[in-house]
Ligand binder design. Structure first.
Ligand SMILES: [Zn+2]
Ligand SMILES: [Zn+2]
Length: 157
């Protein structure tokens, strides 16, 4: 997810948020931010810790945890709990146009992203009809991915 321009935008937002909160941008926080921006989407705290430690071996779990919480608070990261898996983090979508939802495979835990204009429009309509103002939403669809289905089919033969 995201490109260099998006990263700049998120970094700027993070800097502004931290300045407002009177938080210092420490070297460790910057290392974690860069590992997060350049890492895979839907990353766990453990996975990000491994990546950040490749740059700075002194970084601890608690620092990564707190930094991700900070990212979520300032809106540059979204937090997901996909079923019984560990909490995962990804870069926040930039604006409504880029919003995406998730399909989660219960077998291999792979996560597939999708965007569907019909769903987006439909839920706005539903909310409007019920006099509800939408601030955010999540669709999580659980099941078996195409790869795991074909693996199953092969086993049966
Ligand atoms: Zn699968
Ligand atoms: Zn995602």
């Amino acid at each position: 997810m995201g490109d260099a321009t998006t990263h700049d935008l998120l970094q700027t937002r993070l800097d502004a948020y931290m300045a407002k909160k009177g938080l210092r941008s420490t070297g460790q926080r910057r290392t974690i931010a860069s590992a997060f921006f350049n890492g895979p989407s839907h990353i766990t705290i453990e996975e990000l810790l491994v990546r950040a430690r490749q740059e700075d071996s002194r970084i601890g779990y608690a620092t990564v945890y707190r930094t991700l919480k900070l990212f979520t608070e300032c809106g540059i990261a979204s937090e997901h709990n996909f079923g019984d898996g560990p909490t995962r983090f990804e870069l926040a979508d930039e604006g409504d146009d880029h919003h995406h939802d998730h399909l989660i495979c219960l077998e291999c835990r792979s996560i597939i992203e999708f965007h569907d204009e019909t769903i987006e429009t439909q839920q706005e309509k539903i909310a409007k009809r019920l006099g509800f103002e939408v601030t955010s939403h999540k669709h999580e669809i659980y099941g078996i991915c195409a790869n795991c289905q074909s693996a199953r089919a092969k086993k049966k033969r």
